[in-house]
Design a protein around this ligand. Sequence first.
Ligand code: ASP
Length: 324
Amino acid sequence: MKKLFALAAMALAVCAHAQDFPAGKPVTIVVPFAAGGPTDRVARDLAEALRKPLGGASVIIDNVPGAGSSIGAAKVARANPDGYTLLLNHIAMATVPTLVRNVPFKVETDFEYLGIVNDVPMTLIAKPSLPATNYKELTAWIAANKGKINLGNAGIGSASHLCGLLYQSAMKTEMTPVPYKGTAPAITDLIGGQIDLLCDQSTNTSPQIEARKVKAYAVTTPRRLATPLLKDLPTLDEAGLKNFQVTIWHGLYAPKGTPAPVLRKISDALKAALKDADFIKREEALGAVVATDGRIEPEGHKKFVAAEIAKWSPIIKAAGVYAD
Ligand code: ASP
C-alpha cells in the first residue's frame, strides 16, 4: 500500500513538473556535429524561433560531435527525460542503423519524435584550386586522378559520408575518406586545399559558393534549386548519374519517457517555430525548405523516419557501402 502511495505521489510530481515546463530552466538542443556547420546552423536558427512559443525560455545549443552523430544522439538517448535535453539530428537517424554495425542507441525505441524541421539539398563542391570549371570537366579530372583524391566527410553515418559513398559507388571510383567532426572543419580544409572534394548541405555551402571560396559542380536533388545562387547548378541526375538523389532532413527528438504534456508543449512550440517568418526566410536563403506537411507532427515524423530507414537500407546495401 505504502509503495502504491509513493508511486502515485511520484506520478503527481511528474505531472506537476510537466505542467510547469519550461520552468525557468534553459532547454538544451544537442547538436551531434561541430559548431558552425549545417546542423548547428539549423539548430541555432530553430532555437531562436522556439524561444517565443516556449514562453520566453532560453534555448541553448550543446555541440556533442563525433562518430557521424552517434555520440550526441546516444547522449540524448540516455539523458533525463524531462524535456530539457533535446536532439536535433538529420538523415543519420535513418542511415546509421544500416551504415554502422554497433550503434549505441536504438532509433526506433530510445527517442520521442517531435517533428521534422526542414529538407535540405546537398551540393558537390571542391577546393578552389581544382581546375575543372563544370561538372563534365570534374568527371574528367576524377578519372585522371584516380587513387589520389581526398574526400571529406563528417564521420561514418553522416550525410556527407552517405553522399560521398553513393557518389563513389555511382562513379565506380574509390577516394580517400577524410573524416571530421562536422562539415564546418571539413569546409575550412577544403578552402585551404587540404582535401579535394566534399558533398555537403547547401545551408553550409551557399555562403562559401557565393564568396567563391569553393567550386560548386552539382546538386543532389531531383530538380534544380530555385535559389538564385544555386539555380545554374545541374542535378547529378541530369549530369549523367541517373537516380542519384539525396535530400537531407532534420528532425527534433526527446529522450524516450519524456512526459506527454511536456512533449505536447515542445511539439506545439515547434509547429509555431516552423511558421516563424524570419526562420523561413533564413532557411530559404540557404536553399532549405521548412517542413509544412504531416511530418511536423510527432506521428508523421516517426512514420517518415521508419520509411526512410526502409528506403535507405537496400540502397546502402546494394551500393556496398556498409561500414564497420
Ligand atoms: N553536414 C554534416 C554531415 O555531413 C553535418 C554537420 O556538420 O552538420 O552530416
